[in-house]
Design a protein around this ligand. Structure first.
Ligand SMILES: [Mg+2]
Length: 212
């Protein structure tokens, strides 16, 4: 076996963003910003862009720069019925069961939300662990620290035998730089030149020759 372990991003990687769930989370993040930091609603987008560039996400940025309660913000932005957006994915389950090696979630979202999503998708028991926003605070992906922390938490000894999968080009590039075999998933963004492989959907994972 070439690879010992797989680190999967959650949102936009294990389910398609066309279901609207990420839009809903983004709406809740906007609401949280306006609670913590009253500003004209039309300024929210550029504020989020700044936080994304500086901290890899709005919520860690709000916590570091403005003293927002990080746990409360994560709870607020993920407090909804995930069943309204995603449903069971038996094809994905079959694929994960076929894939030899340890499997982890490496997400910038909240652990309890991730568990609920994986449960609804029918794949919670396919994973060996979850590394979430709190584990990597205040340096989420694409910061190198997030990847190093993930390897440390999971005690994976050799990054060259680890695969990383993510829908965001800059995360896929960062994973490659850290030494992972990096796979970009999805058609929403163009492939980053540093990504080692690209697949249109997570269900195409078994078509990557390097994994076998
Ligand atoms: Mg993602």
């Amino acid at each position: 076996m070439l690879f010992n372990a797989y680190f999967f991003d959650l949102d936009g990687t294990l389910y398609d963003t066309s279901c609207g769930m990420l839009d809903h989370i983004n709406h809740l993040i906007d609401e949280w910003i306006l609670r913590v930091l009253p500003m004209p609603r039309e300024n929210v987008n550029s504020f989020r862009h700044d936080m994304f560039q500086k901290y890899g996400g709005t919520l860690p940025g709000l916590a570091v720069e403005y003293g927002s309660d990080y746990y409360a913000s994560l709870r607020f932005c993920h407090d909804f019925r995930v069943e309204d957006f995603v449903s069971e994915n038996p094809v994905l389950r079959e694929l994960l069961l076929q894939l030899q090696g340890r499997k982890y979630i490496l997400t910038t979202s909240y652990r309890f939300y991730a568990v609920r999503v994986l449960k609804v998708l029918g794949i919670l028991d396919c994973f060996d662990g979850i590394i979430d926003a709190i584990d990597v605070f205040p340096t989420p992906k694409p910061a190198p620290e997030a990847f190093r922390r993930a390897l440390q938490i999971t005690a994976e000894p050799d990054v060259r035998r680890c695969v990383f999968l993510d829908d965001q080009p800059r995360n896929a590039a960062a994973g490659h730089r850290e030494g992972f075999f990096s796979v970009q998933v999805g058609t929403e963004f163009a492939k980053d030149p540093l990504a080692d492989a690209w697949i249109p959907r997570i269900e195409d994972l078994l078509s990557i020759p390097e994994l076998f």
